[in-house]
Write a protein that binds this ligand. Structure first.
Ligand code: ZN
Length: 115
């Protein structure tokens, strides 16, 4: 299959790569908040241990979301490489340009996504 002519693949690819970089940069920045929770109260400061644990759980959740996001971005980039970008991966229909514009990683049409 070859990529659709009615969408600007180059532009979408650029957006995906830029977004990918952003997510990667964020991941580096959050490295510190993922360190194991210290039991030593002095290093925790006024935060209770419970708050610290909660913060860590949130950081892990953010990490998990970033991981999923990266997977979506990589999947979209792969589809571009294969010339299958912009087609619903379930029913093969063309995904509306508007939808791709809002979410360049969309790989299924709205009908299939809501099923
Ligand atoms: Zn579909």
């Amino acid at each position: 299959m070859s990529n659709r002519k009615d969408i600007n693949i180059k532009n979408i690819q650029k957006r995906l790569l830029a977004h990918r970089q952003e997510v990667m940069d964020d991941t580096d920045a959050s490295e510190e908040s993922r360190q194991p929770v210290e039991l030593d109260q002095t290093s925790v400061g006024r935060l209770s241990r419970m708050d610290a644990l909660q913060g860590q759980a949130m950081a892990l959740e953010t990490d998990r979301r970033r991981h999923v996001e990266l997977q979506h971005i990589d999947a979209a980039l792969k589809l571009i490489d294969e010339g299958e970008y912009g087609y619903c991966q379930i029913c093969d229909e063309e995904i509306p340009v508007k939808r791709l514009d809002i979410d360049p990683t969309a790989s299924v049409c709205i009908d299939c996504a809501s099923k």
